[in-house]
Design a protein around this ligand. Sequence first.
Ligand SMILES: N[C@@H](CCC(=O)N[C@@H](CS)C(=O)NCC(=O)O)C(=O)O
Length: 324
Amino acid sequence: MSEYLKKEHKLSDQSSEVIFHAYPQSPVAEKVRVVFGIKGIAWRSVEIPRLPPKPTLTALTGGYRRTPVMQIGADIYCDSQCIIRELERRYPSPSLMPTSEQGLMWCLSRWTDGTLFDQTVRHVLGAAGDNLDKDFAADRGRLYLGEDWAAALKQANAELPHLVSQMRAPLSWLNAQMSDGRAFLLGAKPAAIDAQFYHVVWFLRGRWAEGPSFLSEFTDLVRWEENIRAIGHGTPSEMAPLDAISRARGLEPTAETGVTDYDPQGLSVGQTVTIRPDVNGGEQPVAGKIRFANAETVVIERTTDDVGTVCVHFPRSGYQIVLP
Ligand SMILES: N[C@@H](CCC(=O)N[C@@H](CS)C(=O)NCC(=O)O)C(=O)O
């Protein structure tokens, strides 16, 4: 068994226990579950609904409804970008950045998580066409395809061969890269970028009827998928949603306070702002007071009767901060 599989980070005290709010079918959650596996983390699993309303989740996040969300005590981490960064900070070994190309890998992950993921959602929803559950189609249609989602869904269905060709090109590049027999994309050790590519392949294989036959062309990628599956998901154990709320209420957030120099928006500690994903998904902005901001992260503080004071962490890249 390789070195990274031998280490296991056990659950420690409640203030540092990793609580993961997600549902099994979520590909973005699968990305993080692979990261739990790489790092051998024991974590608590809170299952959330696939469709809104998601009252316990949004009580913690202040309105952010996407999946997954990570909670550690009274700190709430929104978006897999933020979650992965925090896991790397708290559990540095084994590193998710095993080579010296960390900057490039973060840049590449903006493409896997952005354009490539959006393209995959269009592909999977478009292929399912009229077979999609109506409520699910309306919710995900509006979230990913905009106000005119019904027409966009029809178009995706009509141009499926084109969407498949858009997927085939990057997969053929990755397959060629894996053809030297390496175990993972960057070599012998799994990296964040493996999980970031894998979630898209996992989604295609599991949710597109023709996924398995399409993917069988890429024999070295199929081997890579097996290697990723062998990593596992760390050690999950269930947690009730209301216990997660009590956990937040019973602890103080640990986020740093401060704004680093050269902030392009002139943010300052204590300022009231709203934050939302920088896409037209019809999502509720989250309001709070700036607690911390640097180039990659923004943290806001919020206080409510339900959860007490929590800090909600967002990535800076891909999110819009609106000042009053
Ligand atoms: N940029 C976000 C994307 C999250 C995302 O879109 N997740 C999907 C599930 S895979 C989602 O939220 N779907 C709607 C929902 O779960 O309510 C991230 O990386 O976490």
